[in-house]
Design a protein around this ligand. Structure first.
Ligand code: AMP
Length: 177
């Protein structure tokens, strides 16, 4: 029987702090059938279309994004926490629950007009994905979609990304934070 990938995501209550239900995808990544299935489902709407690049958000977005890029015969672009990339970068600040952080990518990683899909494991408030989309749009990328394994719909992240003109694909939802 086919695996139900939602059953394979592990939930850790009160991690990293009280009140957060941490949705741990390492159990999904470690299950060969579930990992393949999640990657296949993430790319399914774009199978056969020409995608130039897949951008993954550090760090879990690298694992999924690398697999998605391979599947679509696209290049892979890492979006990283500031100070990690060696060449010239473009940078954007975004809000976290407490304070702000910055993410960056190599300036020459995406050429103007290239079609890009953004990948991360989970969308919560959408702040991280929104910043990543803006960063890519600012350098002229055509962001055709943002894909996440998990959506936390109560936090409204999907609408934030869709407001930038980018359709959002998610494979499952969990209640709460
Ligand atoms: P946000 O910017 O609020 O959409 O947060 C998204 C980022 O935080 C993603 O990179 C997720 O990996 C991580 N994240 C937020 N909430 C959770 C959660 N409940 N379980 C696991 N990861 C989370």
């Amino acid at each position: 029987m086919a695996v139900n990938i939602k059953d394979i995501v592990r939930t850790i209550p009160d991690y990293p702090k009280p009140g957060i239900m941490f949705r741990d995808i390492t159990t999904l990544l470690g299950n060969a059938q579930a990992f393949r299935r999640a990657v296949d489902e993430l790319v399914q709407p774009w199978a056969g279309s020409k995608i130039d690049k897949v951008a993954g958000i550090e760090a879990r977005g690298f694992i999924l994004g690398g697999a998605v890029a391979h599947q679509l015969s696209a290049g892979f672009v890492p979006i990283r926490k500031k100070g990690k990339l060696p060449h010239e970068t473009v940078r954007i600040a975004y809000s976290l629950e407490y304070g702000i952080d910055e993410m960056e990518m190599h300036k020459d990683a995406i050429a103007p007009g290239e079609k890009v899909i953004l990948v991360d494991d989970l969308i919560a408030t959408g702040g991280t994905a929104e910043a990543a989309v803006k960063l890519m749009q600012d350098i002229g990328a055509q962001v055709v979609a943002a894909c996440f394994v998990i959506d936390l719909p109560e936090l409204g992240g999907k609408a934030k990304v869709e407001a930038l003109g980018v359709p959002v694909r998610t494979l499952m939802e969990f209640e709460g934070h």
